[in-house]
Design a protein around this ligand. Structure first.
Ligand code: SF4
Length: 151
């Protein structure tokens, strides 16, 4: 069973009320079991919401509010719901396929906290939480149409 960022399969849960629908992820997952989750919506951040980025290990939204606790909560809820679904299906969690660069879902590369589009090394809170639990994390950039296109 796979964990998928909900915005990658068309859910309008992005901060601005839109999505990041991705044909490559959609094609890969079509014959597999998965759970769609949005950590920020799970944490009650709402849609739309101000965009947020990570600075020195904490998350701030564009209005300057510290929203770190919401992001921690979203990460934990994502893991717990995925674990529960995997138990129901009696399957292991194979991998998570998350949205690149997001402060929740980004893996390996995230926005730098200046809201300028600049990228730095690092993981979003949910990606880091899942990795710490031993779950391999990919992003849509690893799928057909993405820059790394490995699947
Ligand atoms: S990147 Fe993650 S937190 Fe952001 S909208 Fe997509 S699923 Fe939700």
């Amino acid at each position: 069973m796979y964990i998928i960022s909900a915005c990658l399969l068309g859910e309008n849960c992005k901060y601005n009320g839109s999505n990041n629908d991705h044909d490559g992820v959609r094609a890969f997952i079509k014959d597999k079991d998965y759970i769609l989750l949005c950590p920020e919506v799970l944490a009650g951040c709402g849609v739309p919401r101000p965009p947020a980025e990570i600075t020195e290990g904490r998350v701030y939204n564009k209005l300057g509010s510290d929203v770190t606790e919401d992001f921690e909560k979203g990460a934990k809820m994502t893991y717990e719901l995925a674990e529960a679904r995997a138990r129901e299906l009696d399957q292991p969690i194979e991998k998570a396929i998350l949205k690149a660069k997001s402060p929740s879902c980004g893996c390996g590369r995230i926005y730098d906290g200046t809201f300028s589009g600049k990228i730095v090394s690092g993981d979003g809170f949910t990606a880091a939480f899942l990795k710490a639990k031993g779950i391999a994390v990919l992003t849509e950039e690893d799928f057909k149409g993405g820059p790394y296109d490995r699947f």
